[in-house]
Design a protein around this ligand. Structure first.
Ligand code: AP5
Ligand code: MG
Length: 214
């Protein structure tokens, strides 16, 4: 199963990828997570990407596609993968088809509204160790801003302030909408409401997309 989770910032791509990975044991590849790791380790790529990420812009296609190409060459992807955050432009979608040769199976479009996105992202907090997403109101940790599993402090992503969130949404509408048409034309697009409760969203994807694998 070569699955893409597509949608605006805050639609729940990372949350769904983590839930689906638990059920179906497929590797979760998040270009945002890989890039944040490069920034944290102060690599060449991280230094080139940081300014774009902090201001909510897309990192240039050539840099991201080279990074995805490397990840796709790894040996753990025989049974497939859940790709979160790539492709984000039509040029990236074309590159992915070239890298995979046979293309993807399905792109799940998690749709949601601007109001929901801003509420979710400004309230998001992330575990600095395992990367689990929490939300101050929707999914608070059990105790004192600590991860329920790791007991380490949660942090706020630097691009989760309101001004940058609104810019990320603008960039998404300007640069990523074409990806929907790209997969619609290939008959590979599955629309799921990202506004539902996250367990409900996961159930729908599991039934509609993974049904035959269960
Ligand atoms: P990336 O990390 O991919 O960020 P994003 O696309 O903006 O998406 P988010 O991670 O913010 O949201 P999400 O949809 O994963 O939602 P989540 O599940 O966390 O990319 C960051 C940056 O890296 C980009 O801006 C760009 O600069 C660069 N980049 C990455 N990929 C690139 C590419 N291909 N090309 C170029 N540049 C690239 O949920 C959000 C919050 O809502 C959480 O608090 C969660 O707990 C809560 N929540 C989730 N689901 C629900 C629900 N159903 N109900 C209630 N609350 C929910
Ligand atoms: Mg994410």
């Amino acid at each position: 199963m070569k699955l893409i989770l597509f949608g605006p910032p805050g639609a729940g791509k990372g949350t769904q990828a983590k839930l689906l990975t638990k059920c179906f044991k497929l590797p979760h590849i998040s270009t945002g997570d890989i890039l944040r790791n490069e920034v944290k380790n102060n690599t060449d790529l991280g230094r080139q990407a940081k300014g774009f990420m902090d201001s909510g812009k897309l990192v240039p296609d050539t840099l991201v596609t080279e990074m995805v190409k490397k990840r796709m060459a790894a040996k753990d992807l025989e049974k497939g993968f859940i790709l979160d955050g790539y492709p984000r432009t039509v040029s990236q979608a074309r590159s992915l088809d070239e890298i995979l040769e046979t293309g993807i199976d399905t792109a799940v479009y998690l749709s949601t509204s601007e109001k929901v996105v801003v509420q979710r992202l400004t309230g998001r907090r992330v575990c600095s160790k395992c990367g689990t997403n929490y939300h101050l109101v929707n999914m608070p940790p059990k105790k004192d801003m600590l991860c329920d599993q790791c007991q380490v402090p949660l942090y706020q992503r630097p691009d989760d302030n309101e001004a940058t969130v609104r810019n990320r949404l603008k960039v998404y509408l300007e640069e990523s909408s074409g990806v929907l048409d790209y997969y619609r034309k290939q008959n590979k697009l599955e629309n799921v409401s990202g506004d539902l409760d996250s367990e409900e969203v996961c159930k729908i994807i599991s039934k509609n997309i993974f049904g035959s694998l269960k």
